[in-house]
Design a protein around this ligand. Structure first.
Ligand code: ASP
Length: 382
């Protein structure tokens, strides 16, 4: 049994939705289908999720947000029309989007997540409607009914352990199941979303819950590459990569697969197969516990990302001062800063922190503490 997830570019237009349905129907093992919201049709286009965020922010800022919502409604209507669905088949979607926009905005996090979740939710309904129109026994699954219970952290939710037992019943439900990615419900019944790109996480959770043999993750590239094709010409395709390597590279800048999506499948030992909706015959990249192909190759890929700040500390004879590293990190801990890396030399050490948390005020305060409390010779941030 396979859980299959399709990303936004795989659902951006009617032509893409048709490809998705052909892929799903070409293999009877594909039982649970997770969908993202329609993504960009071309480079200049806007993702449905970004339009929904713009609509929510408009209303939260006292504007109507109607222009943005109308663009979303139009996206679904044009996909449905091009798929040959009868007129009026997206009326429910339009009503749902308008109702969400009109909701009370007092709880800004809940309001934003309710709008963001609409992208995937309505996409799943549309795909199920289209499949049923083709005579397929397909069903939209409501994450609330299915038991996708998440922590109450707007825009940054995590799955709660109790979800797995509840979601395991999906395996025995009849027909093809179309499940919206990216969101679930808190114990108190509020809509909550995962971080951006979180439909990958939904797919991984369902793969573990339903004990899938494989989790197929369809995107718009033939495979993961050893380096970014935007920077390196013709990088080598990676056919196999371990969970650990993939998580490290996703965290460091690979954008193909969400770094938090590996946890559920890693624990269950389920193979992830990253494949291309536009070229489903290509074998793609397999994420496994142990590499069978080139198991001793030391470097599988190189990734990079921006947005970090380096705090440099030097002190003569630092290497002889036991406890220096602990006291240094304690300052970061006490200031509520998480650190990413800590390269060091004999008399110097750098602490790499996310730039977003390191405002000018925080920087001045932290540098001051380091130089006073650790009696450092030199402290600077870049
Ligand atoms: N639609 C959401 C986003 O754009 C989630 C996803 O595509 O995985 O972040």
């Amino acid at each position: 049994m396979k859980v299959v997830k399709f990303g936004g570019s795989s659902l951006a237009s009617a032509e893409q939705v048709r490809k998705v349905c052909d892929i799903v129907l070409s293999d009877p093992d594909r039982k649970i289908v997770v969908v993202s919201a329609p993504g960009k049709r071309d480079k200049a286009d806007t993702k449905v999720t970004d339009l929904l965020i713009a609509a929510a922010n408009a209303r939260l800022g006292g504007q109507p947000g109607a222009v943005e919502i109308d663009r979303v409604i139009e996206r679904y209507a044009s996909i449905a029309a091009e798929l040959g669905l009868p007129e009026g088949s997206t009326d429910d979607i339009a009503a749902d989007l308008r109702a969400r926009l009109a909701m009370d905005t007092a709880d800004a996090g809940l309001y934003l997540d309710t709008l963001k979740a609409a992208g995937e939710d309505n996409c799943a309904k549309l795909v199920a409607t289209y499949l049923r129109a083709q005579g397929v026994d397909a069903h939209y699954v409501d994450p609330r009914d299915a038991g996708m219970v998440l922590s109450e952290e707007s825009g940054n939710a995590r799955v709660l352990e109790e979800s797995y037992a509840r979601l395991s019943t999906l395996r025995d439900m009849p027909g093809l199941l179309i499940f919206p990615g990216f969101f679930g419900y808190s114990r108190s019944g509020k809509v909550v979303t995962f971080p951006r790109g979180g439909s990958d996480i939904t797919g991984a959770i369902l793969a573990r819950a339903a004990s899938a043999d494989v989790y197929e993750n369809f995107t718009d590239v033939d495979s993961v590459f050893a380096a970014s094709p935007a920077i390196v010409a013709h990088p080598e395709a990676v056919t196999e990569i371990t969970y650990r390597e993939m998580r490290e590279l996703s965290y460091a800048g690979f954008s193909v697969f969400h770094d938090e999506a590996l946890e559920p499948v890693f624990h269950a030992g389920i193979t992830v197969n990253i494949k291309n909706t536009n070229n489903p015959a290509a074998p793609g990249t397999r994420i496994v516990a142990q590499r069978a192909v080139a198991p001793h190759r030391p470097v599988v890929g190189i990734a990079a990302s921006r947005g970090f700040c380096s705090v440099y500390i030097s002190k003569y004879m630092m290497n002889r001062e036991i406890g220096f590293g602990r006291r240094l990190l304690q300052i970061f801990e006490e200031e509520g800063l998480s650190f990413e890396h800590m390269p060091s030399g004999i008399d110097n050490i750098s602490v790499i922190v996310p730039e977003s948390a390191f405002t000018t005020t925080v920087e001045e305060h932290v540098l001051g503490r380091i130089s006073r409390e650790l009696d450092a010779d030199d402290v600077s941030a870049a």
